[in-house]
Ligand binder design. Structure first.
Ligand code: CTP
Length: 401
């Protein structure tokens, strides 16, 4: 559905220690549905082999201007021709200097000079090289030339020092590239979302939770940010990396999640309930750890939690509401019943056994116009298609108002 899944980029790898992260980056870009064609400098081949990147990307890797695989010997033009961007990761101080001065003495620098697509650069170097006035002048010039810089980050460096100059993590670069390429279908739209599980305390150390990882919700947050939305993410406990650019509120219980949603609901144009909210909470959680006794059974009284999604959809002027349905059988019927009962605009339905904790997902989307099935794909790619569908339906609903 979204056209990002058909986009291709050239990944340019230059010769720095962070080149090892290029392997992971190829995978993470692939998760986003982005085709990756790797071009390496000679120095990069000293850090990581073309064979590794070829195997991971599934495409030939180029290092040489005169590569005979390009029939017209125009590798420096051909390779970027159908690409949405050239992404240089890692970009050494030397390569950035070459870009500033328009050098074209190898395949990658020539490709950059001859390109007619966007150029995205993820610097990686020692702290002193990064802070050197020469590098800082080059950074300013690259920005003036309309080149997008990602990072660097601060932290431990291969040289043993700590400071600025470390390349961003592969996932962060892949997210930023995907956001850069995504059509801005939700520009300026306020999206409020819930994600992850909830944790309902039993006592000071125990609680009731579920196996939701937060992966799908966080992927949707990233996709919505990529589409230009302002995202407020209310999340239960999750170890997923925080989506860059999201306004995150971390909560534990369904009651906390409900309070946070109420606080932010007013300005929301779209609400997406991805969280696996516990249906019940313990009536009176014990302040201290409950001690076991050999003979007595322990009885917990559970009370129903409020339905956050139904509350949002039931407001006098509700935002465009999207719910999730995780079922173990009868998917379409149960999900449609849930959509009508909770009065939400769109339900994303999946089989719980296929989705929970997995990296891939297969969903169907149910709205007033019927059911649309999406193919099984990594959650990041599925999230983009869901966001594309939400944007289309949200715009249509807005027109009708
Ligand atoms: N949801 C919510 N608040 C709750 C329970 C669910 O906001 N207390 C939202 C979820 O985030 C999801 C949707 O409602 O978007 C579906 O939740 P689900 O638990 O699958 O549906 P239920 O109505 O609880 O039905 P059942 O448990 O019977 O399947």
């Amino acid at each position: 559905m979204s056209d990002i899944t058909s986009k291709k980029v050239v990944l340019g790898v230059t010769g720095g220690v962070a080149a090892y992260k290029a392997a992971e980056l190829v995978r993470r870009l692939g998760d986003q549905g982005i085709g990756v064609h790797v071009v390496m400098t000679e120095a990069a081949c000293g850090f990581i082999t073309p064979a590794t990147l070829q195997a991971l990307s599934g495409n030939p890797v180029y290092t040489d201007m005169w590569d005979a695989r390009i029939s017209n010997s125009m590798a420096h033009i051909e390779l970027s021709r159908d690409k949405a961007a050239i992404v240089i990761a890692p970009a050494t101080a030397d390569f950035m200097a070459k870009l500033v001065h328009g050098h074209a003495d190898d395949l990658l620098s020539t490709l950059c000079l001859a390109r007619d697509c966007a150029l995205i650069v993820a610097p990686a170097m020692n702290r002193q090289m990064w802070e050197n006035p020469a590098t800082q002048r080059n950074v300013a010039q690259l920005e003036k030339d309309g080149i997008t810089l990602l990072g660097p980050a601060s932290g431990d460096q291969a040289c043993g020092e700590t400071g600025n100059g470390r390349m961003l993590e592969a996932q962060e670069i892949a997210d930023a590239v995907a956001a850069f390429l995504a059509p801005k279908t939700l520009a300026g739209v306020n999206v409020l979302m819930t994600a992850g599980p909830t944790f309902e305390p039993i006592d000071a150390v125990r609680g009731i939770t579920n196996r939701s990882s937060g992966k799908m919700g966080y992927a949707i947050a990233r996709a919505a940010i990529g589409a230009g939305a302002k995202v407020t993410l209310i999340s239960g406990p999750s170890s997923q990396p925080i989506p860059a650019g999201a306004m995150l509120t971390q909560v534990q219980s369904a009651a906390d999640m409900f309070a946070a949603v109420k606080k932010h609901a007013k300005g929301a144009d779209i609400f997406i309930g991805v969280a696996a909210v516990a249906d019940y909470r313990v009536e009176t959680p014990s302040e201290h750890k409950i001690k076991k006794t050999e003979s007595d059974a322990l009885t917990l009284k559970l009370l129903p939690n409020p339905d956050i999604l139904a509350w949002v959809a039931g407001q006098a002027k509700p935002p465009f509401t999207v719910g999730f349905a995780a079922e173990s059988q009868n998917l379409e019927n149960y999900a449609d019943e849930k959509r009508r009962r909770k009065k939400v605009n769109l339900i994303v339905a999946n089989l719980a056994q296929n989705a929970i904790g997995a990296d891939d997902n297969e969903v169907m989307l149910l709205d007033d116009s019927g059911t649309h099935k999406l193919m099984r794909a990594p959650k990041e790619a599925v999230a983009k298609d869901i966001v594309a569908r939400i944007a289309t339906l949200y715009k249509a609903a807005k027109k009708r108002r």
